[in-house]
Design a protein around this ligand. Structure first.
Ligand code: NYM
Length: 208
C-alpha cells in the first residue's frame, strides 16, 4: 500500500499550520508513517528568493515569482513521489492551489498560472481551510508579509472555490476553519481517516 498524499490549503490566518501538526501527531499515534512538507519551502536556494520577496526585501515581476513558487514544488516533487511509493503518508501545508489562487488574485490569467504546475504529484485529498475575512480580522488581522491584505484574501478565497469545484466529491473538502481548534481538528480527522491507508496504485498527476 502506498502512502496517502494529503494537502492542506487555505487562507492566511486560517490556522493551517497548527492543524497540520495536530494531524501529524494523530497519524503517528495511529501507526501511520508520516512526513510533513510545507510550501513555500524557504530552506532551498529558490525558497530563499521567495522568502526575500515575501518579506519585501526584493522586487520581482509577478510572473517571475509565480514560476519560482512552482519551481520550489518541482524541486521536491521527486522526494514526495518516492516517499509515497515507499508507504509514507505526506501532509503538505499549501501546494499548487495556493500558487494559482494567489497569483491569479493579483491579476495573472488563471490558465497561465496553472500550466507550470500541471504534472506535479496530485493529492489524494485536499482539505481547504475556509475562513471569512471577518473571523480572520477577529484573530488579530493579517501579518506583515506581502498578500496579507483583506481585499486580496477575498479574491484568493473566491479562486480557491473555483479550483475546488473542479474536483470530484471526496477529493476536495472544505472545512470551516472559523471554529475552535478542537472542532476543526475533529473535522479534519474525519476526512483524513476515510482515505488514509486506503489508496494504492500509481500517484496521479495534477491537472493533466
Ligand atoms: N503563496 C504560497 C503563493 O503566493 N504561491 C504559492 O505557490 C504558495 C505555496 O505565500 N501568503 C503565498 C501564500 C502566503 C505566502 O505562505 C506564504 P506561508 O504559508 O505563510 O508560509
Amino acid at each position: 500500500m502506498r502512502g496517502t498524499f494529503i494537502v492542506i490549503e487555505g487562507l492566511d490566518r486560517s490556522g493551517k499550520t497548527t492543524q497540520v501538526s495536530t494531524l501529524q501527531t494523530w497519524l503517528e499515534s495511529s501507526g501511520t508513517p508520516v512526513k510533513l512538507f510545507k510550501f513555500p519551502d524557504r530552506t532551498t536556494a529558490i525558497g530563499q528568493m521567495i522568502d526575500s520577496y515575501l518579506r519585501s526585501q526584493s522586487e520581482l515581476d509577478d510572473r517571475a515569482i509565480h514560476l519560482l513558487f512552482t519551481a520550489n514544488r518541482w524541486e521536491l516533487a521527486t522526494s514526495i513521489e518516492r516517499l509515497l511509493e515507499q508507504g509514507t503518508t505526506i501532509v503538505c501545508d499549501r501546494y499548487a492551489f495556493s500558487g494559482v489562487a494567489f497569483s491569479a488574485a493579483k491579476g495573472l490569467p488563471l490558465e497561465w498560472c496553472r500550466s507550470p504546475d500541471a504534472g506535479l504529484p496530485a493529492p489524494d485529498l485536499t482539505i481547504f481551510f475556509d475562513i471569512s475575512p471577518e473571523t480572520a480580522r477577529e484573530r488579530g488581522g493579517y501579518g506583515e508579509e506581502r498578500y496579507e491584505k483583506e481585499e486580496l484574501q477575498k479574491r484568493v478565497r473566491g479562486l480557491f472555490g473555483v479550483l475546488g469545484a473542479e474536483f470530484e466529491s471526496g477529493k476536495w473538502v472544505t472545512v470551516d476553519a472559523g471554529r475552535s481548534r478542537e472542532e476543526v481538528a475533529e473535522d479534519v480527522w474525519r476526512h483524513v481517516s476515510k482515505v488514509v491507508g486506503k489508496v494504492d496504485g500509481p500517484v496521479a498527476r495534477l491537472w493533466i
